[in-house]
Design a protein around this ligand. Structure first.
Ligand code: ADP
Ligand code: MG
Length: 360
């Protein structure tokens, strides 16, 4: 893998606000890379710094090994697709796409060929003469993509391109965008606050909070081995349980009210265990309910206190241990099966290998 975009310790402040605060990233050629984080964490600012619409307060950016200091946006090998499409309502599809080529000295025939090709790519060949006014949200987004792709940038920057679309269409466009990226082989950098979107589309995800990158990893690694509680709860749901470290060598021996004594490996623990306190994280689907009566070793007892049916899964709250602590457990539903009832006594099995430990 060759690195295409190198962000070297970049900061950007607006007055007293540190929008981007010491970010370093390496993004590979051909990668689908996402910047994920809550609103206001600095995603758009970072994308605009890469595009050249903002200048860093400090730090450097290299694209394709070339320093980008002082290089104007139109001279960078990047192109941006905006959240609000930014297409011209009074122009038709073809004219909108051709706008991207206005400054290029290319023959009319060649331009037409390029336009046809890119419209084919985004599935708009039939609508080439349709007025932009008369397009649906998804079609407008395709026009915006075509206009950006026609210039064959090395890096396509996308700022929440799907957030204006409704759920069904958004999911369809996520798939299309991923296919498109594979087909053209261009590096995509996507900004999104939607964790599901980042996980389903990306090769790599950088999770940001307060202007800083907290973790960069593949979707699976982020989900299974989040390195902090913030990342863990931003990427899906997780139970957090207070525990006490009994022994910390290669293996970590832990005791907790709910789970009792258990041992996990060092690689499952993030942060320095300076105190004997530890927070144990468990995903709801890594706990399974076994009916009361069957004696499974290591299982824990609990009582169902709440149930929410979601079709393929049901989420249960289960009160365990001596205190008032509850665990959230998700169970796959099979057809026709009865849900567990509120008040029912159950036993829970926890997948110990899936646990993560946090020092704070
Ligand atoms: N041009 C600007 N002037 C002043 N503050 C800005 C400007 N752009 C962004 N900010 C601030 O920087 C922070 C990060 O914003 P932004 O990068 O848009 O976050 P995100 O895209 O993650 O929602 C926010 O606090 C925002 O208000
Ligand atoms: Mg933004």
């Amino acid at each position: 893998m060759t690195t295409l975009v190198e962000v070297q310790d970049i900061s950007k402040s607006f007055g007293a606000v540190n929008a981007v605060d010491g970010v370093s990233l390496e993004i590979d050629q051909g990668q689908f890379f996402s910047l994920l984080g809550p609103s206001g964490c600095g995603k758009t600012t970072l994308l605009r710094l890469i595009a050249g619409f903002e200048r860093p307060s400090s730090g450097h950016l290299l694209i394709d090994n070339k320093p980008m200091d002082g290089v104007e946006p139109n001279l960078r090998p990047t192109n941006m697709v905006f959240q609000n499409y930014a297409i011209f309502p009074h122009l038709n599809v073809e004219q909108n796409v051709a706008y991207g080529l206005r400054k290029k000295s290319i023959s009319k025939i060649e331009k037409e060929e390029m336009i046809n090709q890119v419209l084919e790519l985004v599935g708009l060949s039939e609508l080439n003469l349709r007025s932009a006014n008369a397009l649906s949200g998804g079609q407008k987004q395709r026009v915006a993509l075509a206009r950006a792709l026609i210039l064959k940038p090395k890096v396509l920057l996308l700022d929440e391109p799907l957030s204006a679309l409704d759920k069904k269409l958004r999911e369809q466009m996520q798939l299309e965008l991923r296919h498109l990226q594979r087909a053209v082989g261009i590096t995509f950098i996507l900004v999104t606050h939607d964790q599901e979107e980042a996980l389903t589309m990306s090769d790599k995800v950088a999770v940001m909070f307060d202007g800083k990158v907290e973790q960069v990893a593949s979707p699976r690694e982020l989900y299974e081995r989040p390195t902090s509680q913030r990342v863990a709860s931003f990427i899906g749901a997780m139970n957090f349980i207070n525990g006490t470290v009994m022994e910390a060598k290669n293996e970590i021996g832990i005791n907790s009210d709910i789970l009792g004594p258990l041992t996990i490996s060092r690689s499952q623990v993030f942060g320095d265990l300076t105190e004997n306190k530890i927070i144990i994280g468990i995903r709801p689907e890594r706990i399974s309910i076994v009916s009361d009566g069957s004696s499974v070793t290591g299982s824990i007892s609990g009582r169902i206190t709440d149930a929410s049916y979601f079709g393929e899964t049901t989420y249960y709250k289960v009160a365990c241990g001596k205190g008032s602590e509850t665990l959230t457990v998700s169970a796959q539903n099979s057809f026709g099966q009865m849900d567990y009832q509120i008040g029912e006594e159950v036993k829970l099995n926890v997948d110990i290998k899936s646990l993560v430990g946090f020092s704070d």
